[in-house]
Design a protein around this ligand. Sequence first.
Ligand code: G5P
Ligand code: MG
Length: 265
Amino acid sequence: MAKLLRAAVLGPPGSGKGTICKRIAQSFGLQYLSSGHFLREGIAANTEAGMLAKTYIDRGMLVPDQVMTRLMLPKLEQLRNHSWLLDGFPRTLTQAQALNSLFQMDLVISLNIPYETLKDRLSDRWVHPASGRVYNMGFNPPRVQGKDDITGEPLIQHDDDKPEALMARLRHYKELAKPVIDLYKAQGVLHSFSGTETDRIWPYINSLLSTKMHTQPKHIAPLLDRSMNTLANAALLLSHIHMRYRSTNGSPFFSGPTPKTRLAV
Ligand code: G5P
Ligand code: MG
């Protein structure tokens, strides 16, 4: 049986966790679990936990650890025999320790995005309150301005995305995230990426995942199939992959343990 991969993406609000997780899920077929999404589901369904969570989320605060671990850990236990990717969990040392008591993480990606970039992104962010769908007027605008793509209902802007509230949220994030990041650094599974654009960080994360999963991302697989026909094509593909790997190692964005294995071909 292929080795399972337990991975998480950490980062402050607006750092691109959701965007990166969606891309990883699409390229590598990993199940991804977003704590924010589960909370919003609970809110939409009026569950007791959902209603409690709402009182914190509306104030831009973190939901208590006990609520979060009760929400997330049973889902992960159900997926014991699957690889998975976490978006937004764990966010505190208590959550990380609870997760650690059940699973050894293989890969933790930390996104370091400058404050100015986060401020610009979040002040441009509009959400559909009922579903939690998020839009960015520059990066992924709705099809019709001010309206949700699916329901056509109006979009709103959160008060806690305003600059003063945002500054406080980011400071709070940093304080709580530091011991989590230190824990995963000590375990040798932390990989940090810095930058202002998700599209520029993504290729490095893509290469890292390819190495970790010992498999080809979907967009390389068809290329591989075709190139097996002739030796010449196969050689071309290998040199392409070799160049990608070299550029990863020389990346100004990438910091973390040097991958031991080259891209699996
Ligand atoms: P969430 O749902 O986890 P946040 O606030 O941590 O919410 P958010 O908003 O979901 O984080 P993200 O996932 O890091 O942000 O980033 P994203 O959605 O991909 O990108 C943000 C915006 O920027 C989007 O509009 C995107 O399109 C755009 N964007 C991305 N890349 C680029 C780019 O390169 N350029 C540009 N211009 N735009 C870009 O949690 C919600 C709440 O639930 C609670 C907390 O209260 C939290 O605030 N919660 C927890 N509480 C305790 N413990 C936990 N584990 C919790 N998890 C959730
Ligand atoms: Mg998100």
